[in-house]
Each structure stands twice: as C-alpha cells, then as structure tokens.
Design a protein around this ligand. Structure first.
Ligand code: UDP
Length: 329
C-alpha cells in the first residue's frame, strides 16, 4: 500500500490540500495537479507539484506515461452555486468536460480507480430529511448538475471500461487541519464559517444573515457542517476500498446533525470571544431551508467515523487558521 502513487487533481485547494497532507502522513506518494485558478501553491505541503489543468490532454498524456498512478482523486471543480447560475458554461466546461478528458487519459493508461468529490447539491430541494443516498437527484443549479453529470459519466465508464469509482457527496465542508498550517483560503469568500471568522478578526464589519423567515425554529437556514479532516479520512477509507478491489459506490458525508445560521454565529462568538455583529438580509436565491445528511451508509460499508461531530470544535480549528491568515492580509 505504501508504495502506491496517488494523483490529487486540485490538491492546492481547500479540501485537496488537506488530502495531500493526509495521504503523505499515511505513507502514500503524491502528485498534485492544479492550475492554481483558485488554489494556492503554498498550501501543498509535500509530494510532487505539477501546474496545469485537468483538461490539458498533452500534459495528462505525459503525466500518465511517466508515472505509475494507482488512483486519482479529483477535487478540481468550481463550486459556487450563484456563480454557476450566472456562468453555467464555466461550470460545464471545467467540472464536466475537463473531467471527461481526465477520465479518457486515465482509461487509455489503464488507471482505473477514481475518487470523486461530489456534493449534496446533486439532491436539489430535499423531499425528506435526513437526505440519504437514495434521495431523488434533482439538482437545481448548474453546479449540482455538472456534478451529477460526472457521477453518471462514471457509472457509464464502469460499465464500458471497468473504471471503479467512489463518489463522495459532501455536505458543508468546514474547519482546518489541527496543525494550523493549512486551512480554507478563498480569494472571494462566500461561505458562512470563514466569513463569520473574518468578522471576528476585524477583516469584515458584520455578517449578513441570508433570510430569517425559513420554516426552521429560528427562521434561518440549517446546514450539516463536516470537518475537512473527516472528509479526508473518508477518502483514505475509500481509497483503501478501491485498492483492495472494492466496487463502485456513492456515499454521503455529513454529521447527521444540523445547525442554523444563527447557531453558527452564536458558537463563533463563544469560540472567539468577539461580538461578531450580524445583520438580517434577504434570502439568497436557491438556498434550501434544511440540508442534513444521512451518512450511515459509509459508516457501515467502510467503517468511517467522524472525529469532529461537534460544531464548536470544528469552529475552533478554523479559528486557529483564520487568526493566522488575518496577520498576512
Ligand atoms: N449564509 C449567510 N450569510 C453569508 C453566507 C452564508 O447567512 O454571508 C448562509 C447561507 O444562506 C446558507 C448557510 O449560511 O444557508 C451556509 O452557506 P454556505 O455558503 O457556507 O454553504 P452552502 O450551504 O451554500 O453550501
């Protein structure tokens, strides 16, 4: 197992950089491929780094010819719902078409194990909570549609070429590696927890609460936050399953527990000791009221067990990182 070489596409991004670190810590050899469109070179803590895109046929040809890759993990997607509505082709080109190029190169070089970062957005508006893997898949935006398109592509590739894949459908990724060396860095931040913590560091004046009349106990949206290291832990189990001859699968990754926007802000006040002013604002188009994962399938099948089930602890890890980040900006 330890001599296996893993290609991490998008390894300079938030979740990808945590994956690279955890693969290296587990003894794997790692190659990161990232075009740095949203990633950061300095977040890649080791292994080999190649700058380039996953749709670059020539580069992929060279990469797969010169390295014996045991499996590919794919984190290199655009992931902003609002942007995907305004610029759908950017999402279909990068998330879907470029992934087809990557899979094509893999198949031609007989690399047949693939772990895919999918999303809760593939389910669309929930018809039941918690959302299990059998929930209907009716994505409501181009981001979710581009991800479900890849999941379908993977199924067809399994049938046609014997590709074995595991799709991991993330709920709300959050937190930072315990080392404090890597964490979430987006140039145009839109996610709740980093924004709230940027208010705590003084980089922003306030946090806007998008909608206060949802059918939830306090009127704000409820989400299921999962620590980034619990995501990477699930990837390691999925990798192990595929390398041991396991079959293709799709699993949810969440904590089976929801927190409202107001609860997130309150916990961040507790963790940081800062007032964190919040102002009530209009709903953000396309936000479902409640998203909570049912993640029993991966617990039973792969023995996954999250280490960070409690949101206060998740926010603490993010706070260590954001305080450091604030000193550089
Ligand atoms: N949210 C908010 N204010 C912000 C950013 C997000 O109230 O400045 C809300 C958003 O409407 C959603 C929740 O926080 O209900 C989580 O949003 P995020 O963008 O972090 O993740 P998403 O659930 O969209 O993947």
């Amino acid at each position: 197992m330890k001599n296996e070489k893993i290609l991490v596409v998008g390894g300079a991004g938030y979740i990808g950089s945590h994956m690279v670190k955890d693969l290296l810590d587990s003894g794997y050899a790692v190659i990161t491929l990232d075009d740095l469109s949203t990633g950061h070179r300095e977040l890649v803590t080791g292994g080999e780094f190649i700058e380039g895109g996953l749709g670059d046929r020539v580069l992929l040809e060279r990469l797969f010819s010169t390295h014996k890759i045991s499996a590919v993990m794919h984190f290199a997607a655009f992931s902003l719902v609002g942007e995907s509505v305004e610029e759908p082709l950017k999402y279909y080109r990068n998330n879907m078409a470029a992934t087809a190029e990557l899979l094509d190169s893999m198949i031609r070089h007989n690399v047949t194990r693939f772990i895919f970062s999918s999303t809760a957005a593939v389910y669309g508006e929930p018809v039941e909570i918690p959302i299990t893997e059998n929930h209907p898949r009716n994505p409501t935006n181009p981001y979710g549609k581009s991800k479900i398109a890849v999941e379908r592509m993977l199924k067809d590739c399994d049938f046609a070429y014997g590709l074995k894949y595991i799709s991991l459908r993330y709920f709300n990724a959050s937190g930072a590696d315990e080392s404090g060396k890597i964490g979430e860095r987006h140039s145009n931040e839109t996610h709740l927890i980093p924004l709230v913590l940027e208010v705590a560091t003084g980089q922003r004046e306030n946090i806007k609460i998008f909608g206060t009349s949802y059918p939830t106990p306090d009127g704000t949206c409820i989400r299921d936050y999962i620590h980034v290291s619990d995501l990477t832990k699930a990837h390691l189990l999925a990798l192990n399953a595929l390398l041991s001859g396991g079959d293709s699968e799709a699993y949810n990754l969440g904590n089976n527990r929801g927190y409202s926007v107001r609860e997130v802000i309150e916990l961040a006040r507790k963790v940081t000791g800062k007032p964190i002013p919040a102002i009530e604002a209009d709903k953000r188009p396309g936000d479902p009221a409640v998203l909570i994962a049912g993640s029993d399938k991966i617990k039973k099948a792969l023995g996954w067990k999250p280490d960070y089930e409690d949101l206060e602890t998740i926010i603490k890890t993010a706070w260590v990182w954001h305080q450091k980040e604030a000193t550089y900006t």
